[in-house]
Design a protein around this ligand. Structure first.
Ligand SMILES: Cc1cc2nc3c(=O)[nH]c(=O)nc-3n(C[C@H](O)[C@H](O)[C@H](O)COP(=O)(O)OP(=O)(O)OC[C@H]3O[C@@H](n4cnc5c(N)ncnc54)[C@H](O)[C@@H]3O)c2cc1C
Ligand code: FES
Ligand code: FES
Length: 1298
């Protein structure tokens, strides 16, 4: 029998389950514990974090349950967020902290954070803010911008136990002794739950986990589902006997399963469908005591192969031998806390042995330490003392190693050992190395290098040691002569430089490695620049300033988000959760099969090989008997005979019974293709530059992108100075945490009910009505909340929901589709890359006299939202600058990659950035401060905007708050002072440079097109329920609506509940949720509904808010009179001009850059934001912070890369890097303008929108980076995104002839 303890409940399972099943799948689908979320399925996001205690180690550690095999959890204890607390009983302080501290928006990541925090608080690490921040390297959040999360959790360190009532008599930690409750002695006050309840205050978290027997199983465990055999031997002898029994090609070793589940797919042949090929016979080594020890004897450290990375970090850190300390530092930045807790060094090294390109930090470290390996062969022989380089590279060892047993490293005798290691990555943490270097040297007291080992990764095709370089280094430390660097370069070249440009440019890698070696010498010479990585202050600092209006309460107040506590405790349900918990008796799961050969004709689709793996049925183009299209001309599935337009275009949806079978069933479907004669016109293009070259223009009717003012051509001709050129901007993935998902259930008479993770509820209904040919009235679409959207679920959600509906209609069963992260990234495009040509004329003061822009935008295979994005790029192109002669036009191009679509601040993100760049170029040209040129050209109240193509003006500017934002930013953020400090810093530092930039933003808002509806129902007991047509995607729409209802009806928010969006109830023919406007539009709709109800309450109950009659009495009277207390509010905003009003923002960012490596750290960001009278101070500040950090990702860390076949390379969390907690500004201040309001026609309670404008303002970070690049003597021509490689190349552009 297999036993697992989850939240202190015992589960005994017959050993016949699928041994390759993940722990997360068991928790979610079998136990219904859907608080454990799946954001990536590869260890890259932390959403699935649980606490894990194994019989080998009683200390609970956070792990990724998406990677952990259930089969390897025999006799283990799991704690999920549900086990920590619940809103129905008691919440833990951790859950309460993040919820009440505004640390959740869409909430999909929140339980993962809760469990990571629990893991930290239970760890042996000193409970310092710095340690806490570092510990959170395995959790991402796309919404919040992290500041509120870390600030909330840091309060726990400060002992702020908000809920502690002091009623527990034995708790010394709380300093409260008066109560009556006898709580568990020795309880951990960090988890104080207050209230004196049993198990509450002073509850010891470990007690929640270790309640049952944790003895290590002593017999062989065998689990088999008939397809895969899983064995967990209790000792080494039985493991080797087992291995000897089977054919070696069938055997697979399992340790932490982090590499197998999270990494191997990037290096083996099966990408992108399958998360690693599982062997037929899995031998799990997690229970073998002989492999778990790390010991030191006679100066030799020996670590068993079962030792986790975390344990190795700890072990090496306690040594006083410098190379071991360096090893500890290097290992501590491998992966993330969760992976280091579960993953072993041997699993890592084994991957390095199998896949030379895998950038193994273990291989690097062991190479630098000259480690030797001991392993067992398939016939049970033990081979010892094999040097690690030989072990990984020699074919003999690759072939014969069955099981790695241990490594040994020698602490070399004598004093004078030094070691430095460097790891250059796409983002600060949780990223594999682009380039790595580990140098161990012995330096005599006279300052001579007597011995050296240099190991380097990322420059050649594998990790290498460099003996020639080591020899060249022997000699005086003070001499970093060119000879050493030259030898190093030649040695690397002779090993064969990696010549591919992919996530990093090839020129970068050699340069960076050389510079790291220089840094080693700087260290030896105690000079600046000898640091191993850019140091960062602890983050989480900053102010959030806002004023509230007492007359409007609860509107304007910092009201925590409705549902935040449910999100933290895992009770909040998402479409993903509905999909994982469908009744298996009546349901099927679905996964997309997509095209992978662009430009070829589909000849056939064979499902045959998928049946043995669980295929039950499928839908493809042959099932599209009614409608075929989902958006414009875009068909749901390609048909046989079609020429494939892009990798990632859906061809079929395969249906099977178990959710976890998705990838293997989809991968088994075979699509056959035939070649198509390629012509100049038809050959596929995968980049915007090629699309421009080959004139792949979408027909002009699809794009109405043109604005103008005055006569740009003649003014340009007369301008005293001119700049002409073009700027390229990159793409961006939405990276919503909940991937696209839908569940479709059949109702009576052909009706279907669809749950979808969408931003477009009515749109979903309409599409499904057409696809099934049943009309909208037979389609009910429901959406309670989505785990993020950012534009990616406006129309792209139709693929999932449409296919699920088609499958349900065909099979008669409920059908659930959840996109795998990699497939989601491949199938769904993102922000449109743009190339913007400019011609700008100005005078000697920097006054812009005329400007012309031509925007080229890349749409992908279909137009979808890209016409809108290009329209916005064009309409917003004037940015904040008033120019009398202006023209801008846009062209949309087709490329053979997945359809791009709206992405938070679509188009204007790109266009404003390009215009702002021109201001810097003008300032440079005329020799003025950037600030002076900015201010000289700013719009002012009364200025007139350009006109659209048809001559209609975009309006005049009635209330320009830009100058005020700008002034207050400069005052409050002390910009002048900071600038002086930076100049002083730059004068005194050679290898670090700082830059500051202030960026202005004008963001036009219009609710037009976003018609929304809200139903308000007052029940006879005077409780209220509200349903909105707007989709809750984390932006706090529901909370704002409830605040408005509370204000208008004069009732407490606690009395108001929210109903999901539901097309059979409150969502009829509504607009999508987007454009930053929907919250406000819904709030107004809610106010309209309330006004209707107030009129009835007045008439029948004499009710007035603040009057003498209570709400309850008025409700009773009105209901008693037989009058309806339900009303719909409708809001279809119209505007006489394109924009109803403008949001104004001024932002400043300060950045530090390492001149030798390109690493960057954002020291501070200050945002001065015009939010009118904000609707909710918490939510609005949260949106500003979150938008800014998503923008920071766009500008610094997120790179969308395709290979030469048109397949996405940045196809998962391994390659695509949204910012993590350590990438955010160390000090992050957000200030809302006070006493400002919004007087525009149609304003909603004088508020202004927040979703998108702050994203644009994050360009200040990019410009601050460039200021630092310039301070380092670099080039203006920095790419966007300015990833680490681009930064270093820009610094060195002049020297490298780039
Ligand atoms: C999100 C994420 C980020 C990461 N970042 C980094 C990084 O920055 N740098 C880096 O170097 N690595 C990184 N890794 C890789 C990580 O270090 C490995 O996944 C981990 O060390 C593998 O150990 P495991 O016990 O989980 O191995 P498993 O996944 O169990 O096994 C991995 C492979 O090794 C084999 N294997 C395991 N143990 C043995 C053994 N004793 N003998 C023979 N073969 C064995 C398995 O058969 C399998 O093929 C990352 C991984 C993840 C998931
Ligand atoms: S779902 Fe497990 S780490 Fe992302
Ligand atoms: S709240 Fe973190 S991803 Fe949405």
């Amino acid at each position: 029998m297999f036993t697992i303890f989850v939240n202190a409940t015992t589960h005994n399972l017959p050993p016949t389950f699928d041994p390759t099943r993940s722990l997360a799948s068991f928790l979610r689908s079998d136990l219904g514990l859907t608080g454990t979320k799946i954001g990536c399925h590869e260890g890259g996001c932390g959403a699935c974090t649980v606490l894990f205690t194994s019989p080998n180690d009683p200390k609970p550690v956070p792990i990724n349950s998406c990677l952990k095999l259930l089969s390897s959890c025999n006799n283990c204890h799991i704690l999920t967020t549900e086990g920590l607390g619940s809103t129905q009983t008691t919440l833990s302080d951790i859950q309460r902290a993040i919820a009440d501290g505004n640390g959740s928006q869409c909430g999909f990541c929140t339980p993962g954070w809760v469990m990571a925090c629990a893991g930290f608080l239970l760890s042996e690490l000193p409970k310092t803010p710095a340690n806490m921040e570092q510990f959170f390297d395995g959790n991402l959040c796309r919404c919040t911008g992290y500041r509120p999360i870390i600030q909330s959790f840091m309060k726990l360190l400060n002992g702020e136990k908000e809920n502690c009532t002091g009623s527990c008599d034995t708790c010394t930690a709380c300093d409260h002794n008066e109560g009556t409750h006898d709580c568990d002695a020795g309880g951990d006050a960090v988890f104080c739950q207050g209230g004196g309840e049993s198990g509450g205050c002073c509850q010891d978290l470990e007690d929640l986990i270790v309640k049952k027997d944790t003895t290590k199983p002593s017999s062989l465990l065998r689990i088999s589902d008939g397809l895969t055999e899983f064995f967990q031997p209790p000792d080494l002898t039985s493991a080797l006997t087992l291995i000897g029994k089977y054919d070696k090609s069938d055997i697979g070793i399992n340790a932490g399963h982090t590499g197998k589940g999270g990494v191997e797919k990037y290096y083996n042949e099966t990408a992108p469908y399958y998360r690693g090929v599982d062997a037929k016979v899995i031998v799990d080594v997690g229970n073998i005591t002989e492999l778990q020890a790390v010991t030191s004897s006679n100066g030799v450290v020996t670590a068993g192969s079962g030792v986790t990375l975390a344990k190795l970090v700890k072990f090496f850190s306690s040594s006083d031998y410098a190379p071991f300390q360096a090893a500890s530092r290097h290992l501590s930045v491998i992966a993330n806390s969760q992976v280091r807790s579960a993953g072993t060094w041997a699993g890592n090294l084994s991957m390095a042995q199998k896949y030379p390109h895998f950038p193994s930090d273990i291989f690097l470290t062991l190479s630098a330490l000259s480690a030797t390996l001991t392993f067992a062969t398939y016939d049970g022989q033990v081979v010892a003392n094999v040097p690690v380089q030989t072990f990984c590279k020699d074919a003999f060892f690759k072939e014969h190693c069955a099981l790695i047993l241990s490594f040994s490293v020698e602490q070399k005798p004598g004093d004078g050992w030094v070691a430095r290691r460097f790891k250059l990555t796409q983002r600060a943490r949780n990223a594999h190395a682009h380039v790595s270097l580990f140098v161990v040297a012995n330096v005599s007291s006279e300052g001579c290098i007597q011995d050296a080992t240099v190991a380097v990764g990322g420059v050649t095709s594998a990790i290498e040691v460099c003996p020639k370089t080591s020899r060249a280094m022997l000699g005086a430390v003070a001499t970093l002569d060119d000879n050493v660097i030259e030898t190093f370069t030649q040695e690397l070249e002779s090993l064969g430089l990696n010549q591919e440009d992919d996530l990093t440019r090839k020129d970068y890698r050699l340069l960076a490695a050389r510079n790291c070696l220089k840094k080693f010498y700087l260290y030896l010479n105690a000079k600046e620049g000898g640091d191993e990585s850019l140091s960062r202050d602890v983050g989480g600092k900053g102010v959030q300033e806002y004023s509230i209006s007492l007359d409007a309460l609860p509107v304007t107040a910092p009201v925590p988000k409705i549902g935040a506590r449910l999100q933290a405790s895992g009770e909040a349900k998402y479409c993903h959760d509905n999909a994982s918990t469908v009744d298996p008796r009546f349901s099927l799961h679905g996964a997309f099969v997509f095209s992978d050969e662009v430009g070829k004709r589909i000849e056939g689709i064979s499902y045959k090989s998928a049946y043995p793996l669980g295929l039950v049925d499928y839908v493809d183009a042959r099932d599209l008997k009614n409608g075929k299209r989902i958006v414009g001309d875009e068909v749901l599935f390609l048909s046989i005979g079609d020429i494939v337009p892009s990798v990632g275009y859906p061809v079929a949806l395969v249906l099977f019974k178990k959710e976890e079978d998705a990838n293997k069933v989809a991968a088994a479907v075979e699509i056959t293709y035939s070649d198509v004669a390629e012509t100049e016109v038809s050959h596929p293009v995968f980049s915007l530059a090629d699309a421009i070259k080959y004139r792949r223009i979408f027909t002009p009717k699809d794009v109405n992108a043109k604005i103008s003012k005055g006569d740009a051509d003649s003014a340009l001709a007369k301008a005293p100075m001119r700049l002409k050129g073009c700027t390229e901007t990159g793409g961006q993935k939405h990276f919503y945490f909940e991937t696209q998902s839908a569940v479709c259930k059949l109702g009576e008479g052909g009706e279907v009910e669809v749950r979808s993770s969408t931003q477009n509820v009515s749109g979903t209904q309409e599409i499904i009505g057409k696809l099934l040919g049943i009309g909208s009235s037979k389609v009910v679409v429901k959406q309670l909340r989505a785990g993020g959207g950012y534009g990616g679920k406006l129309t792209r959600s139709f693929q999932c929901s449409g296919a699920a509906a088609l499958a349900a209609a065909k099979t008669g069963r409920t059908c659930a589709v959840v996109q795998d992260r990699g497939i989601d990234l491949q199938m769904i495009g993102g922000r449109e890359p743009m190339i913007i040509e400019y011609d700008i004329g100005f005078d000697a003061d920097g006054k812009i006299l005329a400007v012309k822009f031509l925007i080229h935008a890349e749409s992908g295979v279909t137009i979808d939202g890209s016409a809108g994005s290009l329209g916005m790029a064009t309409l917003w192109m004037d940015h904040v600058y008033n120019v009398d002669n202006f023209s801008c036009e846009g062209i949309l191009y087709k490329t053979n990659v997945s359809t791009n679509t709206s992405c938070r601040s679509p188009g204007n993100m790109q266009s404003n950035f390009v215009y702002e760049d021109l201001i810097y170029r003008i300032a440079n040209r005329v020799g003025k401060r950037v600030k002076d040129v900015q201010e000289l050209n700013f719009y002012r109240t009364g200025d007139v905007l350009p006109c659209e193509r048809d001559g209609t003006s975009l309006g005049d500017l009635k209330q320009v708050n830009l100058q005020r934002c700008w002034r207050e930013l400069h005052e409050k953020a002390k910009i002048e002072e900071k600038q002086k400090d930076i100049e002083a810093f730059n004068r005194t530092h050679d290898t670090k440079k700082r830059g500051l930039s202030c960026a202005p933003v004008k963001y036009g808002i219009s609710g037009a097109g976003y018609k929304q509806q809200v139903r308000v129902c007052i029940y006879a007991d005077s409780t209220v329920r509200v349903g909105t047509s707007g989709a809750e995607i984390g932006q706090g729409l529901a909370t704002k609506v409830v605040q408005c209802v509370a204000l208008r009806l004069g009732v407490d928010m606690e009395k108001i509940d929210v109903h999901e969006s539901d097309t059979s109830n409150n969502t009829v023919n509504n607009g999508a949720t987007g454009g930053s406007a929907t919250s406000e539009v819904c709030c107004q709709a809610a106010l309209n509904a309330c006004d209707t109800l107030l009129a009835r309450l007045k008439e029948h109950g004499d009710y007035e808010v603040g009057g003498d009659v209570s709400f309850a009495d008025a409700v009773a009277a009105t209901d008693g009179a037989g009058v309806s207390l339900s009303a719909d509010g409708w809001n279809n905003p119209t505007s006489s001009s394109e924009f109803q009003y403008f949001v104004w923002v001024a932002t400043a960012a300060v950045v530090e850059l390492d001149v030798l490596t390109g690493e960057a750290s954002v020291i501070s960001a200050d945002i001065q934001y015009d939010c009118g009278e904000q609707l909710n101070a918490y939510i609005d500040v949260g949106q500003i912070e979150g938008g800014f950090i998503m923008g920071l990702g766009y500008f610094l860390t997120e790179k969308v890369v395709f290979d030469h076949t048109g397949a996405l390379k940045s196809v998962g969390t391994w390659e695509y890097k949204p910012p993590g907690m350590l990438d955010i500004p160390r000090e992050f201040n957000v200030r809302l303008l006070s006493n400002v309001g919004n007087n525009a026609e149609g304003n909603v309670l004088r508020s202004k929108a927040v979703g998108e404008p702050p994203m644009v303002s994050s360009m200040s970070v990019w410009f601050a980076v460039r200021e630092a690049v310039l301070a380092a003597g670099g080039s203006m021509d920095l790419m966007c995104p300015a990833t680490i490689d681009e930064r270093l190349l820009a610094i060195n552009k002049a020297n490298m002839n780039l």
